[in-house]
Design a protein around this ligand. Structure first.
Ligand code: FES
Ligand SMILES: [Fe+2]
Length: 426
């Protein structure tokens, strides 16, 4: 097999000077410059340099569960096939025939025993090897072994499938950092998808991740959510690596986030501990995976930039197999709750997208309850700057005296200043 041809490192269109205001302590910092939400050159850079080189979550192992099971996904504009081989290993290939470049597989998902090009019928096995094609015997310098499908890197974690288009990217586990330790007690691998809703949001992908990273907006935008998990009750989790996490407290008699706040007898997520029964955990996993662990289900958002002002968001709900198998299983209370909440979020994200294009808008300021936004923006700003500086972030407590601010690495190379948690914000 051959590797994809090497590409030059994309040049950032956003200078270190332009994001210097972001890379300040949060109480001094400014938000990202407005143009990074609107400029096509910025999105082209993000696609090429981040989505096209770093590890990106593309789905779940259950989407390619048995040998020959496959699904298609496009990462940074590159069409890929993710397929389970006869040896049980998941693989990814560029969905391009090596002969004249036809798209090899058209169906979005399914099951195949081999890949046969619809054009001139070249055949590749599930491991990407080309079967010697007709009328190629007499060719000079043509070895079918050198004309297999072009692979991309695949790695899995907790049932998630990640792809990197960069042969030189550090291993997935390095990118995830200590998130793997934080979630080690869970067995998310066994969970199965019960529902998926795709949203077409008219906002930049970073605006959507920023929105997920704070609950400052919750009292006004999400009255239903705010009643069950008040916006200022929660804590940060220690983190190193390109992720950050927090939890919010489920108050009163509410058991989970659902239309009526009840789990309806659904079992806990495997690995939960007693303290988890009244918490909802939120994780931003760079760049595009958002994990929300409820006592009884996992919800994920995968965020796919389409245009500077347009993003496809894939929202999925996963439950333990025992819950799905139980008579009368109906996830619509959890799905309905978050579908409502999602749409509330998309509305304000679209307002931000529209308003921040106006000449009157310059980069705003973070409130002291938005340091989660700052943490994400620092991951963004450091990557724009490309100067090797790894920014640290502070988590400023909302409630005076409730906890000390803490400092952690935004990119994973710094040291945390102890384990103190800033209570009262997300
Ligand atoms: S393009 Fe695939 S066989 Fe010709
Ligand atoms: Fe929200």
């Amino acid at each position: 097999m051959v590797a994809a041809p090497p590409r030059s490192v994309p040049v950032s269109p956003v200078s270190a000077e332009e994001v210097a205001g972001v890379r300040r302590p949060v109480h001094e910092a400014h938000l990202l410059p407005p143009r990074v939400f609107h400029d096509p050159d910025v999105l082209a850079f993000e696609q090429a340099a981040w989505f096209g080189r770093e590890w990106v979550c593309v789905g779940r192992e259950e989407d390619a569960a048995g040998s020959g099971a496959f699904f298609l996904v496009t990462v940074a504009g590159q069409p890929l096939i993710v397929v389970r081989g006869n040896d049980g290993a998941p693989r990814a290939f560029h969905n391009v025939c090596r002969h004249r470049g036809a798209t090899l597989v058209e169906e979005p998902c399914g099951h195949l025993v081999r890949f046969q090009c619809p054009y001139h019928a070249w055949i590749y096995d599930l491991e990407g090897r080309l079967r010697p094609p007709r009328y190629t015997d007499g060719l000079t310098g043509f070895d079918p072994a050198e004309w297999g499908l072009v692979p991309a890197r695949v790695a899995t974690w907790q049932g998630f499938v990640f792809v990197s288009l960069d042969d030189n990217a550090p291993p997935l586990m390095d990118a995830l950092g200590d998130l793997t330790d934080t979630l080690e007690r869970y067995d998310l691998t066994v969970l199965r998808r019960a529902r998926q809703i795709d949203y077409d949001v008219k906002a930049n992908w970073k605006a959507i991740v920023e929105n997920y990273s704070e609950c400052y907006h919750c009292p006004g935008v999400h009255p239903e959510l705010n009643q069950m998990t008040p916006y200022n009750l929660g804590a940060w989790l220690p983190s190193t690596g390109a992720w950050n996490g927090s939890y919010m407290e489920v108050v009163g008699d509410y058991e989970t986030l659902s239309l009526d706040g009840a789990t309806h007898g659904r079992p806990d997520l495997p690995g939960t501990e007693p303290e988890d029964h009244k918490r909802v955990y939120y994780f931003v996993v760079w760049p595009n995976l958002l994990l929300s662990l409820h006592p009884d289900y996992l919800m994920t958002h995968r965020v796919w930039p389409v245009e500077p002002g347009r993003t496809r968001v894939v929202c999925e709900w996963f439950f333990p197999p025992a819950a799905i198998a139980a008579p009368g299983f109906d996830p619509s209370d959890a799905v309905g709750f978050w579908d409502l909440t999602n749409r509330q979020d998309w509305h304000v994200c679209e307002l931000q997208q529209a308003g921040s294009a106006a000449r009157a808008y310059g980069a705003g300021r973070y409130s002291t309850i938005e340091s989660g936004v700052h943490a994400f923006d620092l991951l963004v700003a450091d990557r724009y700057a490309g100067d090797g500086v790894v920014s640290t972030f502070e988590r400023v407590a909302k409630k005076p005296g409730s906890a000390k601010a803490e400092t952690a690495s935004a990119n994973g190379n710094g040291r945390r200043a102890g384990m103190a948690r800033a209570v009262g914000e997300r």
